[in-house]
Design a protein around this ligand. Structure first.
Ligand code: FE2
Ligand code: FE2
Length: 460
């Protein structure tokens, strides 16, 4: 989207039709203007009709249109109908996204090359390769540098941009987008967990120390879970390749639109077992972090959790970094389009995860707290409904900050007025509250209602 050089149709019309009974003339101040970048989207009824036409039968009277202005000319920046605040934000986002997209494509290329070469090695084949395909052999250890390059890109990028590249319309890039997402979310949550856990231990030790050292009970201490930076790097890499075992599963099964049979389910589950192990062995990876992530990222993280594998007798003993991987995995998978379901609204997914996993055990609670602290209850890119019926787009999970994009009847407002912080006193005084009962389930169902500039932000 190039906001400084757009062309389109600029129109003007009286605000009220008829402005005066039996008269079509009204003062200039009473005319409103608008902009459409696609003439085909104009609802000509809005203009009151064409000269000579009789209109406004709904008011019980009709009259002939005498005059209408429709001016076609290139729209310059100063003509944009967005407020400076929103326009500035969108321009910044689009610029940053352009830079990001170059790196993102490079990251995708590196990841896909790695996957292709691993697939060949695991299958023991040396397929004839085309020039643009990955080299025959890429060893994972040798490609750590490349993977770190991918990680760097992740952490330099604005979250709204990361969200905007999510594919709502197809599953083409699913494997890369999901791996990328789990690595990003898992790592930010792990870092937050580290921070909170250190604070927790510090506070506890200080309190105990102050209280009375003689009464200190060793078994009151929780196990120590702080992960040093080197471990975080390895874990983060593990998150990126957590599903690597899936490269041995046929695409027909991975992309199946209906439910899986028992046999198919068993095959699918091999990605954490047999196939995952083959990958580790082939690459001489004996790192316990990576092994645990691959093996247990679908395991139960509380006692008797359903639909989990492999069986793990004591879920509370699973290391926190594995539990974090599981939450990141669920979040990433649900917020992307799958072969069998549409992408779910991020706010809904955070709610679902919170409801499922809260109140289980203290460490899981701390993980969950880190998760919500990082992503926010309304992550960037979510679409929410306000109690007054308006739909809004979340630009910042802190607040959250939003752009209102429909009126109370659900009609799109192309004109972006301003970015509103829903926790500010002025929002509260205007009764702008999120309607938690009527959250749109999928972003796709609202996509057509998004104004042009937000659609373009997502599509480019
Ligand atoms: Fe998995
Ligand atoms: Fe996964």
């Amino acid at each position: 989207m190039n906001l400084s050089n757009r062309s389109g149709v600029y129109f003007t019309r009286p605000k009220k039709i008829p402005y005066e009974k039996n008269s079509f003339f009204c003062p200039v101040s009473e005319w409103e203007t608008g902009f459409y970048n696609d003439p085909l989207t104009i609802n000509y009824d809005n203009f009151g009709g064409f000269p000579g036409e009789r209109i406004d039968k709904s008011h019980g009277n009709s009259y002939k249109i005498k005059l209408i202005f429709i001016v076609f000319f290139p729209i310059q920046r100063e003509d944009l109908i967005m407020s400076v605040e929103v326009e500035q934000k969108m321009l910044e986002m689009m610029q940053a996204k352009k830079i990001f997209l170059k790196k993102y494509k490079r990251a995708k290329q590196l990841f896909n090359d790695l996957v292709k070469s691993q697939k060949r090695l695991l299958e023991g084949t040396s397929l004839e390769k085309k020039d643009d395909e990955a080299p025959d052999k890429i060893n994972v250890k040798e490609s750590v540098h490349s993977i770190n390059e991918i990680r760097k890109i992740l952490f330099e990028t604005d979250r709204l941009i990361l969200n905007s590249i999510k594919n709502y319309f197809s599953t083409d890039d699913y494997f890369f987008q999901h791996s990328f997402g789990v690595c990003y979310i898992g790592t930010i949550v792990l870092n937050r967990f580290n921070e909170l856990f250190s604070q927790y231990i510090n506070n506890m030790l200080t309190a105990k120390f102050k209280e009375n050292l003689e009464h200190y009970q060793q078994d009151e201490m929780p196990p120590f879970f702080y992960y040093p930076p080197e471990a975080v790097r390895t874990i983060s890499m593990g998150y990126l390749i957590h599903d690597i075992g899936k490269i041995m599963i046929p695409d027909s099964l991975l992309n199946k639109k209906s439910g899986l049979s028992r046999k198919e389910l068993r095959e699918m589950q091999k990605h954490v077992g047999e196939y995952g192990r083959s990958f580790l062995k082939m690459n001489d990876i004996y790192d316990v972090y990576v092994e645990n992530i691959i093996k247990y990222h679908h395991a139960a993280i509380y006692l008797n959790e359903k639909n989990t594998y492999p069986v793990y007798q004591s879920p509370s003993d699973l290391p926190p970094y594995v539990k974090i991987c599981k939450l990141a995995d669920i979040y990433s998978a649900m917020t992307l389009k799958r072969s069998y379901s549409e992408a779910v609204n991020p706010t809904k997914v955070v709610n679902t995860i919170f409801r499922e996993y809260s109140g289980r055990d203290p460490i899981l609670q701390l993980i969950l707290y880190s998760f919500v602290k990082e992503l926010g209850t309304c992550p960037e890119g979510s679409i929410l409904t306000l109690k007054n019926g308006q739909s809004v787009y979340v630009t910042n999970s802190q607040g959250p900050e939003i752009i209102i994009f429909t009126d109370q009847a659900g009609h799109t407002i192309e004109k972006a007025d301003k970015i509103i912080n829903l926790s500010s006193p002025s929002s509260k005084s205007q009764n702008l509250f999120i309607d938690g009962q009527h959250l749109p389930k999928t972003p796709i169902e609202m996509f057509d209602r998004l104004p042009g500039y937000l659609k373009e932000f997502h599509l480019e």
